[in-house]
Design a protein around this ligand. Sequence first.
Ligand code: PDD
Length: 289
Amino acid sequence: MTAEPRPVYLNGEWCTTETACVSVFDRGYLFGDGVYEVIPAFAGRLFGLEAHMTRLARSLDAIGIGQPLGREAWQAIFDRLIAALDAPDAAIYLQVTRGAPARRDHAWPDTSVRPGVMATISPVGGIEGGARVITVPDQRWGRCDIKSINLLPNTMARQQAIDKGCDEAVLIRDGLVMEGAATNLFAVIGGRLLTAPNGPRILPGVTRGLLIDLARRERLVEVDESFISIGALREADEVFLTSSTKDLWPVVEIDGKPVGQDERAGRVGPITRLLDRHFQALKTERSEP
Ligand code: PDD
């Protein structure tokens, strides 16, 4: 399948997905030394932009890369990317690496080496049906709160799920549920909504944060940011995943067993539906011109 060439901003220049070229010495390419963001665009408007830019600044700061562009320069790039893509749902992918020094060296280059900056846009397809997930050991590092481009354990976990005919892998550490390979996880247990607390063991998802604020503001359900044991996950009444490209994605099966009990087993639950309805309304409201 050949996709239409799309615009790419690369180190101060505009090119396309067919012509963009990255140096073989770029530290993102050699070491995974960089951070990224995925910012959803809905009806031609970015959603959750402030939170994504705040997280980008935090990730850059955490790994000692200076902010390469001012806010207006970023905005000009986003505007041009959005104007170029005629799709109702899209996502901007941006990444910042520690640049391309003249030779490979684990030690960081001096500040004369400019960060590598890349941004592009892609259409996002809607999700179809509920997610079937597997649980796998979390093999990532101790700073999962940094949105690092080092995603090897995440890709391995996701591929394990795909190889089993499933959609996502849920990462388990010390018997507790952290998050998905590229999603946060929520469970409804005893009428309360539980999700792992922010900290070094999960990514502070923008969708996660917006949803928790929404649930509390509109008093939709009581939210408890505390770890869920794997046993409690298996007994949960409802489970769903969140991310910028998937919104709320109901989980219908975990390790081959349907989520929920009795006649509700394997079906999308009422609290998930309620939250999704409010979340879609928030998206429309915040995304209108
Ligand atoms: N992934 N946890 C992990 C490990 C993630 O990679 C992501 C996002 C999330 C959800 O975060 P947010 O709501 O801010 O998108 C949680 C993006 C979409 C990706 O890597 O493509």
